[in-house]
Design a protein around this ligand. Structure first.
Ligand code: CA
Length: 271
């Protein structure tokens, strides 16, 4: 009987650990700030998924290293994401310089896993910026995609200009608030704030993206950073990760087998 209680307690403890330990580790993520000053070292920290990102010495926001984002004729996208990185609450930011007249720059956070390399076709929060004096007068737009539906969370006219380094940022707070904005080097700052009643609650990837094609101009990125903010990921309801689910299922199966065997032994001893 004592042995049976021990086995049952072991199974119970394993169940609790699988639910909470895996949930907690999935949310934690270390801060970083990437200035692209170590040659091609950035390639071990970022994964290119569409067209090219190339190290250049000018224009750079810091030092003598920045990334040039370029698409090709017919597919202007140029996209990469932070390798081995999934986070929820925190501030995501990058300095950008738009030199391609036709289209600006984007960042996407809490991007859910998926096969499509385009983060705009996955569930996520997104921020799109295009300079005031670019085509169609520019855009400053905060948006969200869930289950295939893209929703604009806020939109404003931009103040910044072409060929200007600005810092764009997105902030995800534990209460589900999402903030998207930018600041100019002269101190001007503007942002869009949205308290999401149905926030994305699963940690996801961090993407930066641009659109430019065969024209001789490109868009540039430098000093890409993440600073975590502690707190639950937009909901106090704990969620099971895939590993948690697998371990939970195995423990459940173990519990059933344990009781079926125990019952058989008892039946045999009675007969
Ligand atoms: Ca730099």
């Amino acid at each position: 009987m004592k042995g049976s209680i021990k086995v049952f307690r072991g199974l119970l403890e394993g169940w609790v650990v699988s639910v909470f330990a895996f949930t907690a580790t999935a949310i934690a993520q270390a801060p970083f700030c990437d200035d692209f000053e170590d040659g091609n070292g950035w390639q071990s920290r970022w994964t290119s998924v569409i067209n090219t990102q190339t190290l250049v010495s000018s224009p750079a926001h810091s030092g003598s290293g920045a990334l040039k984002f370029r698409g090709v004729n017919g597919n202007c996208h140029s996209v990469m994401y932070r390798t081995n990185f999934q986070a929820c609450n925190g501030e995501y930011s990058t300095w950008v310089n738009q030199q391609h007249f036709e289209a600006g720059v984007s960042m996407f956070v809490l991007v859910q896993p998926g096969l499509d390399p385009h983060p705009e076709f996955r569930d996520r929060y997104g921020l799109y910026l295009a300079a005031q004096n670019s085509e169609a007068g520019g855009t400053f737009n905060l948006n969200k995609r869930v289950n295939g539906v893209i929703t604009t969370l806020g939109s404003k006219a931009p103040e910044f200009q072409m060929n200007e380094w600005i810092r764009m940022f997105m902030r995800r707070l534990p209460d589900g608030t999402i903030i998207g904005g930018y600041e100019r080097q002269n101190g001007f700052r503007d942002s869009l704030i949205f308290l999401d009643p149905n926030p994305i609650i699963t940690p996801g990837s961090f993407y930066i993206a641009s659109c430019s094609d065969v024209f001789p101009t490109d868009n540039f990125f430098d000093d890409v950073c993440f600073t975590p903010i502690s707190g639950p990921c937009g909901s106090t309801i704990p969620t099971l990760s895939e590993w948690g689910l697998i371990i939970f299922s195995l423990l459940l199966l173990g519990t059933i087998v344990f009781y079926v065997r125990k019952r058989r032994v008892r039946t045999q001893s009675i007969t």
